[in-house]
Design a protein around this ligand. Structure first.
Ligand code: FMN
Length: 389
């Protein structure tokens, strides 16, 4: 049976523990895990610990303000919720929940292509325009249809993910039979589901339907994870090049952010095709294991194209202090993936709002203790040492 944890959650990792107690093992591992030996996943988190800041004193920090702009939108702090596929399986109507919490906290929400909730459900929950993430699928008519549907629902910002032409080798999922449709796989998952009656009732029963709402008409059986895997395998297009992004630029009139850039050469291509922004990202360590942490890749990209486009970074951001470090290294903002899903799975909407409030408070405290009043004042000057140089 799932253990009940008696902790007052204060940090991202506390919500991770609560999520672990609430979720069936294969789902927790799907969120928590990374590719292969999970080296990049670990580096993403650990490298934030290797950025040391300068403490400054007596600088009148009586009027600090964490507000900023992201994708042309005023935000309470420069952070957005990253696209997370199947979030509606980890908490009840997870994408709608995330959108409500994001709006209440003054930050953007990104709906994944493979979200459980539809664009219209998220629009209603957000009560305002939100961001939509898309992968390039082989069927370009389907791409156009999805973009039209997104525009209809008032999506202003398209986050186009380019680091998943194929899914990474995620060994935890294989061990857990996550996407396996054999009898053994099904029995294993059924047993794990049985150990989490709270999840079964709250999400399994009350959170239905569990279809991939935005691609339901493209998947043979949208209630079946195996069919989803099959769709991924057949539709994810390994022949995509920057030419396709040029085409995308011509059909998407809104703000375009390319997600999944690690190298300066690719960042230049993203700027050249007219993208408005990019996310320095290795997909949270879920794709090519042994690439460097995203935070360690940020600075050269900012130096190369930071004057031409907005630069976001994700992977390993676990606190408002990490947000501060990313900004000091030149990012305009960050995305958080696992933290928001853990908070939603561990503490529901209230938990996610509380975590976002903690991020904001941590950012404020970091600003006060480094003597900065405005987000635009956060600069490399405030960095004492960087462990990877
Ligand atoms: C469970 C899970 C599902 C994800 N699904 C998507 C997705 O559908 N589309 C996408 O672009 N990125 C996806 N990502 C990657 C996130 O958007 C983000 O890049 C990553 O989680 C950032 O790292 P962090 O989890 O350390 O914050 C997913 C990540 C996780 C953990």
């Amino acid at each position: 049976m799932g253990k009940t944890l008696n902790i007052v959650p204060a940090s991202t990792l506390d919500y991770r523990r609560l999520a672990e107690a609430n979720l069936p093992r294969f789902m927790f591992d799907y969120i928590d895990g990374g590719a292969n030996d999970e080296r990049t996943l670990l580096a993403n988190v650990e490298d934030y610990g290797r950025v040391l800041l300068k403490q400054r004193v007596l600088r009148d920090v009586s009027s600090i303000d964490t507000q900023s702009t992201l994708a042309g939108e005023r935000v309470a702090m420069p952070l957005a919720l990253a696209p997370v596929g199947m979030a509606g399986l980890f908490s009840r109507r997870g994408e709608a929940l995330g959108a409500r919490a994001a709006t209440a906290s003054g930050v953007p929400f990104t709906l994944s292509t493979v979200g459980i909730c539809s664009l219209s459900e998220v629009r209603e929950a957000a009560g305002k325009p939100f961001w939509f993430q898309l992968y390039m699928v082989r069927d370009r008519v389907a791409v156009q249809r999805l973009l039209e549907a997104a525009l209809e629902q008032g999506v202003t910002t398209l986050v186009f993910t380019v680091d998943l032409p194929v899914a990474g080798m995620r060994h935890r999922d294989t061990r857990n039979g996550m996407l396996e449709n054999s009898l053994r796989g099904k029995l294993g998952k059924a047993w794990q589901l049985g150990t989490r009656p709270g999840w079964l009732w709250n999400v399994g029963v009350k959170g239905k339907p569990h279809t991939f709402a935005n691609i339901a008409d493209m998947v043979s059986d949208s209630t079946d994870l195996g069919a989803y895997r099959e769709w991924l395998d057949t539709q994810f297009d390994t022949s995509v090049t920057w030419k396709d992004i040029e085409w995308l630029r011509t059909i998407w009139p809104g703000y375009l952010i390319i997600k999944g850039i690690q190298e300066v050469q690719d960042a230049r291509c993203a700027a050249d095709v007219g993208a408005n922004g990019l996310v320095v990202s290795n997909h949270g360590g879920r794709q090519l294991d042994s690439v460097a942490s995203s935070i360690s890749k940020l600075r050269p990209i900012v130096e190369a194209v930071g004057d031409r486009m907005e630069i976001l970074v994700d992977g390993g951001v676990r606190s408002g202090l990490d947000v501060f470090k990313a900004l000091a290294l030149g990012a305009n903002g960050v995305l958080i993936g696992r933290p928001w899903v853990w908070a939603a799975a561990g503490g529901g909407e209230a938990g996610l709002c509380a975590l976002l409030n903690t991020f904001k408070r941590e950012l404020e405290v970091a600003m006060i203790l480094t003597g900065t009043n405005r987000i635009s004042d956060i600069s490399p000057e405030l960095i004492d040492k960087i462990g990877w140089n």
